[in-house]
Design a protein around this ligand. Sequence first.
Ligand code: K7E
Ligand code: CUA
Length: 663
Amino acid sequence: MKRHTLRGLTGLALAALLLIGLIGCQGGGQTGAVVSEDPMEIARARGLSPADVVAAVKTYQPTGTYDEYIMFASGGHSGQVLVIGIPSMRLLKVIGVFTPEPWQGWGFSKETREVLAQGNYDGKELTWGDVHHPALSETNGDYDGQFLFVNEKANARVAVIDLRDFETKQIVKNPLSLSDHGGTFVTPNTEWVIEGGQYAAPFEGYASLDQYKEKYRGLVTFWKFDRERGRIIPEQSFALELPPYWQDLCDAGKQVSEGWVFCNSFNTEMATGGVEKGNPPFEAGASQRDMDYLHVINLRKAVELVEAGRTRTIKGFKVLPLDVAAAEGVLYFIPEPKSPHGVDVSPDGNYLVVSGKLDPHATIYNFQKIQDAIANERFSGRDDYGVPILDFDAVVETQIELGLGPLHTQFDPNGYAYTSLFLESAVVRWTLGGPWTEKHGRDPWTVVDKVSVHYNIGHLAVAEGDNVNPDGRYLVAMNKWSVDRFANVGPLLPQNFQLIDIGNPNGSMQLLYDMPIALGEPHYAQIIKADKLQPWEVYPEVGWDPTTQSRHPAATRPGEERIERRGNTVEIWMTATRSHFTPEHVEVRKGDRVIWHITNIERARDATHGFALPGYNFNLSIEPGETATIEFVADRDGVFAFYCTEFCSALHLEMAGYFLVRP
Ligand code: K7E
Ligand code: CUA
C-alpha cells in the first residue's frame, strides 16, 4: 500500500517536472528543470561547456566511493583544521583544535578542557586561534599519516593532532613569544617541529620601543617531538635567539639539505612604526631596504650546542643565544629581495625558492653553493648582531620573473614548480633546472603555463607537494577573495579553494572546482594520499580516553553503573547505548560538586551518542568506546532534562534523563 503511494507521488512529481520542462522550452530559457537522462542534453540545458563537463566528471565522487587524497587545511580564525576530500572537495571533518567545538564536545568535557587549557597564556584562557600552517609527520621526508601539527599565529601556539582518531592531543604555548608564523614545519623524520617567530618583542616583560634594537628579539623554536608518546617534549625543546627582524615563513631542508632550516624575514630595517608620531608607517618603514635576510640555520650544530649546555634558560625554556649562534656557525644570513614571503625547498633539497611580495621574481638559491660559501667564508659582511652575511652572487642559482606578487611554491614529481601570484590572481607553472632538466626535457628555469584563480591567492597545495616524493596531479589554490564566485551572502564573503588539475605537465592546467570556505581564512594545507591514513573505526576498547589514548580510569561496563556520594561530591558512572543512558535519574543537592563520567559501550561504527546538559553549558560527543567526563558545581537548583544530541536510533528522542538539583 505504502509502495503504491510512493510510486504515485513519484509519477506525479515526474509529470510536474515534465510540465515545467516544457514550459521552460517554450520560453526558450535554459533554466527549466532538466528532465533528460542524456548527459549531453543535461549539459546543454544547464549551459555547461565541454570543459565544464570534463571538470564535473573529474571531480564527481559516486556515493560509497572514497576520495583519493585527503587535504588538511588550516581553518584560519576558526582555530580549527579542515579535512577535505580530493578531488570531490567535500568537507569531511572540522577538527577542534584551539577553539571549543560543541559537535565534538571539544572543550566541554573535562578531558578536552585540560588539553585546551595547556594553551592558556599566563593563566588566561584563550578560546580562539589563527591557524596558519598544518604539517603532516614525515618518515624519511615522506608523509607517514601518523600526526598533524599546526601553529596558531595570534598567540604563538602549536598543536599536535593524532591521526588515529583525528583529535587534538596537545597544545604547547611558546613561553617566549606571543606571535609566530613560520610554523609548523617538520624535519624529515619529525624529530623537530619548527615554529618560526613573527613580530619581535622582548622575551619577557616590558621594554619601550626606543630599546627595540637591544631588547626586542626574534626567534625560531625547535619543539622536540616524541613519536612514541605522540607528544612534544618542552623540556627537550629550545629556541634560537634571533635579531628583531620579523621572521616569516620557514622550511626544513630535505635530502641533501637535511639538518638545515631556512626562514625568511621582512623587517631588517627594524622599523618600529608610529605613523601617528610622524614616523613612516610599518608598511613603508619595513620596506626601505632592497634586501632582507634569508636565515640559514644549521640545526644539527644548534642541537650539539644545546646538548653541550651552551644555552640560557628564560622563563624555564632553553634559548641558544644569538652571539653563540653567530660565532659557532649555526646562523648565516643571505640577502633576499625585499619583503619576501615564502621559502620552499625543492623535493631533492637542492634549491630554495624565495618569493617576494614586492618583486615579480622568484630567487632560487643553490644549497651546495651555500655550503661552499660557508666553507670558504664568502661573506659580504656581518649584520649589527655579528651574523655573517653570505655573498648573494656566490649562492644564488638564478632569478625568474614569474608575475605579480609571487608568494608560495610547491613542486610536482616532474621537475615543475608552481607558484601562487597574489596580485595577479594566478598560479604559474615553471621548470626547475639542474638535475630536474632531464625529467621535464624543457628549458630550465622557464615559465611554461599560467592559470587564473579567483581571487588573490595565498598558499597553494600540491598533492604530497611538500615531501621528497610529490604526487602532483592536483593543486588547490587557496584564494583570499571570492568576490563574485558565489551567491551573495552579505558583506562577509567566504574564501575560495579552487581545485586545479595539474596532471598533464605538457598540457595546460585546468580549473576544476570551487569550494567556499565559510569559517575563517585558511592559509596553508597539505594533501596526503588517502591510503596512508589508517584511522580507527571505533576506539580500541570500551572505556577509552582519547586524550591519553589509553583506558580511562572511569571506564564503565554495563552493570557497573553507579552514583556515589563522598561529602559534597557526587560521582556518576554512566553508560550510553542505543537508546538509553543508565542511570536515567541523577539527583544532587545544590552546591554539590558533580563528577559525571559517561561511557559509550557501543562497538558499532558511527554509533556516537551526544550528551547535552541544559543550563550548565555542556555538550559531549561520546564516540563508540569513549569515556568522557564533565565536572561542575551544581550551583543552580531545578530540573534539567539531559538528552542525547546525536540522532542515534529510532528511539533517540527517548534517550534522555533527569538531572534533579534539590535546593
Ligand atoms: Cu602566506 Cu601565514 Cu603561510 Cu597566509 S601565510 S597566505
Ligand atoms: Cu543516543 Cu541519540
